[in-house]
Design a binder for this molecule. Structure first.
Ligand code: ZN
Length: 123
């Protein structure tokens, strides 16, 4: 007989809490002074100073959440209820309202727009 385990994934404020609401996904911002360490953050691969296309490597990376630099992201379990903090470093996947209002989010969106422009020019 195993004990029941429940994982609580926060939905956006004002979203239905009947399980149909959209999950609150935060923006992970790379920051050397950040409190969070993501073990498998993806980084571009460079060879002879040139970025290798379609290739990324995973390595531990310090960072923080855009909406709350003091918040940790480790799952917290209390009386069989596990709280998790979904996050991403792709701003297009972010749904957290506070993260979206941050300058980190604006900067990340600009970087993505620039990278896409760069790619379309290069072909
Ligand atoms: Zn957030």
């Amino acid at each position: 007989m195993g004990s029941k385990r429940v994982v609580d994934i926060r939905v956006l404020p004002g979203e239905p809490t009947d399980g149909s609401g959209r999950v609150c996904v935060h923006l992970f911002v790379q920051d050397e002074r950040g409190l969070i360490v993501e073990p498998h953050a993806l980084h571009p691969v460079f060879k002879d100073g040139e970025q290798v296309k379609q290739k990324v490597q995973a390595k531990p990376t310090h960072g923080r959440l855009a909406c709350d630099p003091k918040r940790g992201v480790a799952p917290i379990t209390h009386r069989g209820l596990t709280l998790v903090t979904p996050r991403t470093d792709d701003p297009r996947a972010v749904t957290c309202v506070k993260c979206k209002a941050s300058t980190d989010y604006a900067d990340a969106m600009i970087r993505i727009a620039q990278a896409e422009q760069h790619n379309s020019v290069k072909g």
